[in-house]
Design a protein around this ligand. Structure first.
Ligand code: PFF
Length: 465
């Protein structure tokens, strides 16, 4: 471990891994999924998935990483199962694809800091024009990618850990400040009611299915990001409690992001909650309108703070996404770290260009993107890549990692690694539940989810709708 470097403390690791988990998925994705999924009923299902299924998979990924001190591809080989390294390779591809489009959205958010600070609330109505201006938003994306590169270049403890220790507490303070402010607005309580009082009649197959996908993406699972971070964790650390804390932090921040956003929508809609189901445009269209309604310099301050905190959250996630292919390039391709960072960042930026062009600039990448799906995909390139990476590769990767750990590498080896640094683990309730989840729950549920997604997204066969 000495030559690879590593996290300098338990807190540093937890901050970095929580930083990876907390991102656009929490502050942009979670509220819009809640809005579309009918509010609190979605939240309940989401929480169940996080704790029953995601937490055990997270502990497993970290254990595989720490045991092998390798990237996701090398990890399978180091355990003696080279024929499973395709799972790791798929994870590296997912990391590259996810970062390629994630950076585009982070770039938009970065640009919104400038718009809000200059009081340009009208950007809400011009969002289409904004994303079409590819030189401008591409420039913001480039700045964001450079920031990610500079953090990753400084290494695990000097870059990623330091950035997370600084950004995560700042993020939490800013979000709490925003929550307090939103709760003081008129009709805030209507927003809270929508968010917190479940209406289970709104539950259907696709809500459950989206909740699962959202939980997995939000916790950075299924592509080996936590195998990678785990490979830099000290043998004395308690992985099980760290995974529990990371899950709690991620779920907690998503939950608090809802406490900030739904009261704002309550205020804006005069209590009708119209606009809550605004989908992906919620953050970039609805929120700036709300900041505009607040108006003046207060509106500008609130708006700027919101997008600064969104960018902080995104940055601690983009560094983890970049670290996955970088660790792979260093371990497997024997490329020097400094070089690997620039190389991967450059490749990923280029891969992201079609996603950037797919919001009005290029007709082809915006709407006419057809695949072999009957009837065509008819979606923008970014959503197409997200369907492949988030909705397809992550559940498949998670299913395979859990199955591998429990049935190929074997439970007793997994338990032995998890028990290192966790004295009370063996024989505990947590051990039994973690083992059950990794052996049966996770492989079965994720496997089914993978099959349903492929049928629905690529073949237009919707078994549950
Ligand atoms: N968890 C991040 C978010 O919620 O925004 C996204 C992400 C980061 C997914 C890292 C996967 C990953 F490896």
């Amino acid at each position: 471990m000495a030559t690879r470097g590593g996290f300098s403390s338990r807190l540093g690791f937890i901050a970095a891994a929580a930083g990876s988990a907390v991102g656009l998925g929490n502050i942009w994705g979670f509220p819009f999924e809640v809005g579309q999924g009918g509010g609190a009923a979605f939240v309940v299902i989401y929480l169940l998935f996080c704790f029953l299924l995601c937490f055990p998979v997270m502990a497993t990924e970290i254990a595989i990483g720490r045991k092998t001190e390798r990237n996701p591809v090398g990890a399978f080989t180091a355990l003696g199962y080279k024929n499973w390294s395709w799972v790791g390779k798929m994870g590296i591809v997912a990391g590259i694809l996810i970062l390629s489009f994630y950076n585009v959205i982070a770039g938009w958010a970065f640009g919104y800091i400038v718009e809000m600070a200059s009081g340009n609330f009208g950007i809400a109505e011009q969002f289409g024009e904004y994303t079409k201006n590819v030189i401008k938003v591409g420039g913001y994306g480039l700045i964001f990618m450079l920031s990610t590169t500079l953090v990753v270049k400084r290494g695990i403890s000097g870059g990623i850990e330091k950035a997370a220790k600084l950004l995560m507490p700042t993020l939490i303070i800013m979000i709490l400040g925003m929550v307090i402010y939103s709760l003081t607005l008129p009709n805030a309580m209507d927003g809270l009611k929508f968010y917190l009082v479940p209406d289970f009649s709104k539950l259907n197959g696709s809500v459950i299915y989206n909740a699962m996908g959202q939980a997995f993406f939000s916790l950075s699972l299924g592509m080996g990001a936590l195998i990678t971070y785990g490979s830099y964790v000290n043998r004395k650390e308690n992985i099980v409690s760290a995974a529990a804390l990371i899950t709690l932090a991620d779920v907690g921040i998503a939950f608090i992001a809802g406490m900030m956003i739904f009261p704002l929508i309550g205020f804006m809609s005069g209590g009708t909650m119209e606009g809550a189901a605004g989908g992906p445009g919620l953050i970039f269209v609805t929120l700036p309108q709300i900041f505009g309604t607040i108006g003046g310099s207060l509106g500008a301050i609130v708006g700027t703070s919101f997008f600064v905190l969104l960018c902080f959250a995104a940055l601690t996630s983009t560094v983890s996404l970049l670290e996955v292919p970088v660790t792979y390039a260093v371990d497997e391709l024997k490329i020097r770290r400094g070089r690997a960072v620039w190389l991967m960042a450059g490749i990923i930026f280029l891969v992201g260009i079609p996603s950037l062009l797919g919001f009005g600039y290029s007709e082809f990448f915006s709407t006419a993107f057809k695949t072999f799906k009957p009837g065509g995909f008819d979606t923008d390139f970014l959503s197409f890549i997200a369907s492949i990476a988030n909705d397809t590769i992550l559940p498949l990767g998670g299913c395979m990692i859990a199955f591998f750990a429990a049935h190929v590498w074997k439970k007793h080896n997994l338990n032995e690694e998890l028990a290192q640094g966790a004295p009370g683990y063996m024989g505990s309730f947590v051990q039994k539940y973690l083992n059950f989840s990794v052996s049966y729950l996770a492989p079965v549920i994720l496997g089914v989810l993978f099959i349903l997604t492929v049928l629905s997204k690529f073949f237009n066969i919707n078994i549950i709708s």
